[in-house]
Design a binder for this molecule. Structure first.
Ligand code: MN
Length: 297
């Protein structure tokens, strides 16, 4: 069974000890198996203490980041690219130290709106660098999962198929796809078909609605998505991602253009999402069994 996770920004964008503790307690209380922390700064966090708390609560943990413009590993500027490698290596160490096995997010290039088309040189530099970083990650027991995001948040990888080509070019067996239903809904010809096409390279999935609010209240066809995940036998982690102007991270809220408050009560939102995903997966499984049943009278 897939573990069902939740993005920490549903609870809080703060790295203060008390807020992190509350985030873990809320995650558990809402019935999730895993917490995904974004942009946790190890310099400001008691990593050992947090790891113990995560283990005590029997939660899984994943870390996601988006590389900043001054830490873009695809850059021709060597200092900028080197800063990107440093950030990735710090993130690998943090993930390992918290007891996690996955890094997700925008790792191949910087996160944010670009106004120029990417070049093949950028692609090659990024793939070559990530191949090396993936070895460091492997030694730490951590996989790299490249989040495929829409055109307004990155210019390099916008479809799952582009991600597959990129992974092939890295030559690494420790790099996978991090798919996100919100982004796929914008860029893919067919979300279900794209999931089937990428099947064995999917390492992590974000479940988000078209407006990033309550699941089922936007225009994403989640039945088709749960059917596709069931058809490929996906048993890995799925995390609910939602943002509202209620909880603001100065950096991420702007890059992801969170201007409206789509919810105010995060516990209500989280409980609903947990149930929605669990029922969605269970229903897809029941449908798959029904269509395969060879009933004879
Ligand atoms: Mn996402």
């Amino acid at each position: 069974m897939s573990r069902i996770g939740i993005h920490s920004f549903v609870w809080s964008a703060s790295s203060a000890q008390g807020d992190l503790e509350r985030t873990l307690a809320n995650t558990k209380e809402a019935g999730f198996d895993l917490i995904e922390f974004s942009y946790l700064d190890p310099a400001n966090v008691d990593v050992g203490g947090l790891a113990r708390r995560i283990a005590d609560l029997k939660l899984g943990v994943a870390i996601s980041i988006g590389l900043p413009a001054d830490g873009d590993i695809s850059s021709a500027d060597k200092a900028v690219a080197a800063r990107g490698v440093e950030i990735l290596n710090e993130t690998i160490a943090l993930t390992r130290d918290l007891g996690g096995q996955k890094i997700g997010g925008i790792l191949s290039t910087s996160h944010g709106l670009q106004t120029q088309a990417p070049t093949r040189d950028q692609w090659n530099r990024s793939a070559g660098t990530l191949a090396k970083v993936a070895e460091t990650a492997k030694a730490a027991g951590v996989t790299l999962n490249l989040e495929i995001v829409n055109r307004f948040e990155s210019n390099l990888l916008n479809t799952a198929s582009q991600g597959l080509a990129f992974i092939a070019d890295t030559g690494s067996d420790n790099i996978f796809l991090h798919l996100d239903t919100f982004h796929m809904n914008i860029e893919e010809a067919d979300v279900g078909l794209a999931i089937r096409h990428a099947a064995d390279k999917i390492g992590y999935v974000h479940i988000g609605e078209s407006h990033r609010g309550f699941l089922g209240t936007g225009n994403i066809d989640f039945a088709a998505i749960f059917d596709a995940l069931t058809a490929i036998g996906y048993r890995d982690d799925l995390s609910f991602e939602s943002f509202s102007s209620k909880i603001v991270d100065e950096n991420l809220s702007r890059k992801t253009a969170i201007w409206r408050n789509l919810w105010a009560d995060n516990m209500e939102l989280a409980r609903h999402a947990r149930a929605f995903i669990a029922i969605g997966l269970e229903t897809a499984q029941r449908k798959a069994e029904l269509v395969a049943s060879r009933h004879r009278p």
